[in-house]
Structures are given as structure tokens and as C-alpha cells.
Design a protein around this ligand. Structure first.
Ligand code: ZN
Length: 440
């Protein structure tokens, strides 16, 4: 048995209890939060380790509900043609890059992305992977990367007919094999059926995906009406809206995540609500690709479970939160818009979405998983339950995450990644990413 005590902390519980507890100790036993009590009120016996968190914030780790680890190797890339629209961004950059990824690239891009996330306090990630050239076994490589670094992850392979029907079939099989290989008792690694987007998926592929997920009782993770072109393609080729098409093939449901949903109408929102499908918004990515901005308020008015992802634009969930609020304000011409919706999406809804795959994460509570971060934070104003969200958006965003703990295991302490040698990982990544760029 291992016991870790975080002493004298300001504990922000989040979740249903939503308390701020000053001068409290957090006792972690193995992977669980064992107890929370005022500092000095209990004897600290048989402890494996103690961390002094005086003047520090202790809160649940962040959850990213949509990203792409492999995008790490696009950083700084110059050998691409300029794009005039979203489809050209995909063909000139992303499909060129992912089509050249080897299994080693997959592993190392995942490791560097995960390290970047841990340094920003992200403890759970829902990833969406593509590597059509070396596809089979790619999810196992990412799984190993997650295990090596100690984070919680829900993985999938992005099935698409864009590289032909054979590759689409291999993608379906990669997801199926991976999902069947997972131990249901494993609290750290889960899976979904990954699908690219309606406009690159044939009816036959969607039908097979729906059948596999029904048999395995899992959900899907799919880009949904990210750009107008996806919606136009569905209407022109299938005479239906994107979300209607996904519903037709049993892709939606309470285990499914639809990413973006930038261009969906009221009818589609009703379908998402009726099927209890979650939505992952990615505002910075939408701005970067100039595809438009999702209407978070309207989706929440429809009572859709809306969370925030980064789409690999950043490893920092608080940076994504801030950008989400600013753009909601700008697009609605309202300087008070977006704050409550975007903070709710990150703080509450990302945990609800993640708990559809994992259990008891996203809150500091007895018996919950010990996914905990320690931030160095001083404020010139008082921190309390009512002011916390303001501190999160305008203050904690600039606080350094000192320590990251996942399932009771310290994965970063005082900024040092503990389970792998960070410098070695990044220098190996530089070697393989250069080779990748040379192949483009
Ligand atoms: Zn994406």
C-alpha cells in the first residue's frame, strides 16, 4: 500500500461538492483519494511520501475531450502549400503529414504531446489518431506511450475512405482489435470507434462502424460539420444533414463524441440531445482554420453535454478556455457572453464526458480517482467559491503547474517528468520528425 499526503493546501474540489477548503490535507492511498481533512487534525502515520502545498492550489487535473497527439510533428513545418479553405488545409497539411507517419512517429509524437499536457496539468485525454501508412498496431503504440507516462486516455483510430476502401477497412479493424484487446477492469485506458468525418466516409463504412460499436457496446468519436463543406457534401450526396446521416447509421449515443459541430441547425441539435451524444468544441482550432464558431449557448440551451477540446492547438486547457470565451464574446457582440458556458464546459462537462468511459474522475472527493494537480498561485484578491471561476480564467491560467498526479502516481514533480527521461524523448522525436518532414 502506498500513502501520499499533500499537506496544508488550498483544495479546490470542483464537481458536485464544489468547495474550496483552506489549510487542508489530502490523503491519497494507492490510486484513490482516501481522505480530506483540516491540516493537523490527524496523525500522518505510515506515509510513503509527503508534499508540502502551503500557498498552493490543489485541484483535479484537466481533461481534454478532443485532440490529436500526432499533430505534434506539424509544429514549425514549412513544406506545405498555402490553403484557401478547410479542405485544402486537410489535403495540403494534415493528410500529407498523417499519411507519412510510421509507428515510431506515432509513439514519439504521442509521448511529446502527453508530456506537454502533463506540464499543463492535463491528466486525462481523449485522442483521435490517423496514420494510414502504418495503421495496424498504431493504437497499441499510443497506449504504451500513455502507460509509460502514466496518464489516463481514451483512444481511437480515425477511419476514413479518403485513402481508399482497403485502408478504411483496416481502420475499422484497428479500432475493433484494439477495443477487444482492452481489459474492462483497466481504469486508465479506454477506447472508441474513431471516424474522420461524414464527407470522407462511405455509407458502407458508416454502416460497419455502427454495427461494430453496437456489438462492442462502445461509442464513436467523429468530426461533425466542422466546416460548412461537410454539411454541403452531406446534403448534396445524401440529401440529409450530417447529424441525420450519423443517426441513420447508429453512430450517435451517450458514448459518442461529436467534435466541433460548428455548422449544425436546430434539428441536428435536437437529435444530439435526444441521443444524449456529447459535443467537443475546439474554438482555437476553428479560428485557426477559419471555419466558423459553434454556438455553445444554443447547444447548452438544448441541454446537450458540451465540453472543450483543443484539437491539438495547445496542450493547455486554460488557454483554450480563455480563447473560447473571447471568441464567443466577439461573435455574439456581447462582452458578457460565453463565460458561464465555457467554464461549465471545461470544469463540469469535460468530467461528465470522461466519466462515460472512466469512473470517478474530475473531482476531489473521498473514493474518487486521485488525478490531482498542484499549482503555485498567489492572488492579490480573495479566492472563494464565488470568485473561483474568475481566478481560473484571469489568474490560474498563468499559474505554474508544479506537480501532476494521475491515479495516485506522481508523473511530474516540481516540473520534472518522473517516469521517462524527457530530454531523451524530445531528442528522439526531433530525429524522427526530421525524417518524417524529409519524406513529405
Ligand atoms: Zn480534430
Amino acid at each position: 500500500m502506498s500513502q501520499l499526503l499533500i499537506k496544508n493546501a488550498t483544495v479546490v474540489t470542483l464537481g458536485a461538492s464544489n468547495k474550496i477548503l483552506f489549510h487542508h490535507d489530502l490523503l491519497i492511498e494507492n490510486d484513490l483519494i482516501k481522505d480530506i481533512y483540516p491540516t493537523g487534525s490527524k496523525n500522518d502515520l505510515f506515509l510513503t511520501k509527503t508534499i508540502d502545498a502551503e500557498n498552493k492550489i490543489v485541484m483535479p487535473g484537466f481533461i481534454n475531450v478532443h485532440t490529436h497527439f500526432y499533430s505534434a510533428f506539424a509544429r514549425g513545418i514549412s513544406k506545405i502549400s498555402p490553403a484557401k479553405n478547410f479542405n485544402e488545409i486537410l489535403s495540403n497539411l494534415w493528410w500529407k503529414l498523417d499519411s507519412s507517419l510510421t509507428l515510431e512517429d506515432t509513439k514519439l509524437s504521442a509521448m511529446t504531446s502527453i508530456i506537454d499536457g502533463i506540464k499543463k496539468g492535463t491528466t486525462t485525454v481523449i485522442d483521435h489518431h490517423a496514420s494510414p501508412m502504418e495503421l495496424s498496431g498504431s493504437l497499441d503504440e499510443i497506449k504504451k506511450a500513455c502507460q509509460n507516462l502514466g496518464i489516463r486516455a481514451c483512444l481511437c483510430y480515425e477511419v476514413s475512405n479518403r485513402s481508399g476502401d482497403v485502408i478504411a477497412q483496416l481502420g475499422l479493424e484497428e479500432n475493433k482489435n484494439f477495443l477487444e484487446s482492452l481489459d474492462p477492469q483497466d481504469k486508465m485506458i479506454k477506447g472508441l470507434m474513431g471516424l474522420h468525418a461524414s464527407f470522407t466516409l462511405s455509407d458502407e463504412t458508416l454502416k460497419k462502424a455502427g454495427e461494430i460499436t453496437k456489438a462492442l457496446k462502445v461509442g464513436c468519436h467523429i468530426h461533425t460539420a466542422e466546416a460548412k463543406s461537410d454539411q454541403e457534401h452531406a446534403q448534396k450526396n445524401y440529401r440529409m444533414r450530417v447529424v441525420e446521416r450519423l443517426e441513420k447509421f447508429n453512430i450517435l449515443g451517450n458514448k459518442t463524441i461529436c467534435a466541433h459541430c460548428t455548422h449544425i441547425n436546430d434539428e441536428e441539435m435536437k437529435i444530439l440531445k435526444d441521443t444524449d451524444t456529447a459535443v467537443a468544441l475546439n474554438h482555437q482550432s476553428n479560428m485557426n482554420n477559419a471555419v466558423g464558431i459553434s454556438d455553445i449557448k444554443k447547444m447548452m440551451d438544448y441541454d446537450i453535454l458540451v465540453g472543450l477540446g483543443t484539437d491539438a492547438m495547445t496542450a493547455d486547457m486554460l488557454e483554450e478556455l480563455r480563447a473560447s470565451i473571447w471568441i464567443q464574446r466577439l461573435t455574439s457582440d456581447n462582452p458578457t457572453a460565453g463565460f458561464m458556458e465555457c467554464t461549465k464546459a471545461l470544469v463540469n462537462n469535460n468530467a461528465h464526458i470522461a466519466n462515460r468511459y472512466f469512473a470517478n474522475i474530475g473531482e476531489i472527493k473521498k473514493g474518487y480517482q486521485a488525478d490531482v494537480i498542484i499549482l503555485d498561485y498567489s492572488s492579490p484578491t480573495s479566492l472563494n467559491k464565488d470568485s473561483f471561476l474568475g481566478h481560473l480564467v484571469f489568474g490560474l491560467c498563468n499559474a505554474l503547474v508544479e506537480t501532476t498526479i494521475v491515479a495516485g502516481k506522481i508523473v511530474m514533480e516540481k516540473r520534472k517528468i518522473l517516469l521517462v527521461d524527457e530530454l531523451t524523448v524530445f531528442s528522439e522525436a526531433q530525429i524522427v520528425s526530421k525524417k518524417l518532414w524529409d519524406r513529405l
